[in-house]
Write a protein that binds this ligand. Structure first.
Ligand SMILES: *Cc1c(COP(=O)(O)O)cnc(C)c1O
Length: 383
């Protein structure tokens, strides 16, 4: 029987050729195609600067360093995300503070964030990391207002939402990661995400200083700027100015990503179509709860539903070679985070969501027939 995963990459002959071309070229890493990818990606998103890195987690780590998170700094994020969103704060020695999600959107609840900010002296919290969960864009205009009031920066975790957008109060469209409202945004090119590069990540920003800092941090904190030349060194001279990493993307990954990026818009259209078929099929069905409202700008990385007897449905679908997934086990309940005192009951909405949630198949090459089969098997379980 054919396997139907919750998400998967789509690799075309052109993608393969693009990688092969790079393998035959002079550069496997640090060649000109990295800048080409950064420029193509920043035009797609509509931001000023983009810095390609080895994966989304590295992107988060560099953001944490570029924003100077230090030991004891408190940063607020959502428990319904991939652990890496929170972990970047820990990499830099900061403290992660979770806040509950909105039961309608499953996104970080701004009212819960505000409660946290209000309850302590200004300056206690340094930043907020909202996540465009499942591909649904966070209203960053509202978060910016709040962040400004309390002197916080924002990192937008847009791993689920390249090509997603929200409409602000001036009726302007803002692509996720466009740098208008958040200092920094990050993306991942893991194969389950919209753009597959094997591994890969991107940081976007409109801030020139952060951009230069991130570029240094990506390559060991080393600069080769001739203006830095001290003493009587020659053309080989470089300077390590701060502690950085090797978080570079390879050139063949960038080639694959560029080739994939050309189909990104088409991919979102297909995802929206698939989502609307689910929306129609599940409309008015009391056994299924979904993100409320089919909002414009949803990038549909995931199609998440809440059901009673989620475990039963999960097993039922797997019996038919349909492989749904759970996004996510709340991060505050991970054994690592429990050591800081987080426990069951801290975030009732996130925890109840987790008990009922299921991500059912959505990806551009999911066929009509296969989606029908998924819907049929969901109904079979409940009816
Ligand atoms: C995938 C993902 C990451 C991490 O990206 P990697 O490229 O796998 O390191 C971070 N945050 C979210 C929300 C993700 O989905």
């Amino acid at each position: 029987m054919k396997k139907i995963p919750y998400g998967r990459q789509n690799i075309t002959e052109e993608d393969i050729q693009a990688v092969v071309d790079i393998l035959k070229s002079d550069f496997l890493t640090q060649g000109p195609i990295i800048a080409e990818f950064e420029s193509a990606f920043s035009s797609y998103i509509g931001c000023k600067y983009a810095v390609a890195v080895s994966n989304g987690t590295a992107a988060l780590h560099l953001c944490a360093l570029a924003l100077d998170i230090k030991s004891g700094d408190k940063v607020i994020t959502t428990p319904i995300t991939f652990a890496a969103t929170a972990n970047c704060v820990r990499y830099a020695g900061g403290d992660v503070v979770f806040a509950d999600i909105d039961p309608n959107t499953y996104l970080l609840d701004i009212k819960e964030v505000e409660k946290k900010l209000k309850s302590v002296p200004k300056g206690t919290y340094k930043g907020i990391i909202p996540v465009d969960f499942a591909g649904r864009a966070v209203n960053l205009e509202a978060f910016r207002k709040l962040a400004d009031e309390y002197g916080c920066w924002i990192i937008e975790d847009s791993c689920h939402a390249p090509g997603g957008f929200f409409i602000d109060s001036m009726d302007a469209k803002h692509n996720c990661g466009n740098g208008q409202y958040a200092e920094l945004a990050i993306f991942s090119f893991h194969p389950v995400k919209h753009i597959a590069a094997g591994e890969g990540g991107m940081i976007t920003t409109n801030d020139e200083n952060l951009y230069h800092r991130l570029r240094n941090l990506r390559t060991h904190g080393i600069q080769q700027n001739p203006n830095l030349k001290q003493f009587n060194h020659g053309a080989w001279y470089y300077e390590m100015q701060e502690l950085g990493y090797n978080y570079r993307l390879t050139d063949f990954q960038a080639a694959l990503a560029i080739s994939q990026l050309k189909r990104a818009k088409e991919g979102i259209k297909k995802r929206i179509n698939i989502a609307s078929v689910y929306e129609k099929a599940f409309a008015g069905k009391s056994f299924i709860k979904k993100q409320v409202g089919l909002v414009e700008g949803h990038a549909y990385h995931l199609y998440v539903v809440e059901v009673e007897n989620r475990n039963g449905l999960y097993d039922h679908l797997r019996n038919y070679n349909i492989f749904p997934q759970i996004h996510y086990i709340p991060v505050h309940l991970m054994p690592y985070y429990r050591q800081f005192g987080w426990k069951e009951g801290d975030f009732p909405i996130a925890e109840s969501y987790y008990n009922n949630c299921l991500s059912i198949p959505i990806f551009p090459t999911l066929t009509e027939e296969d989606q029908k089969f998924v819907i049929e098997k969901v109904f079979e379980f409940f009816c």
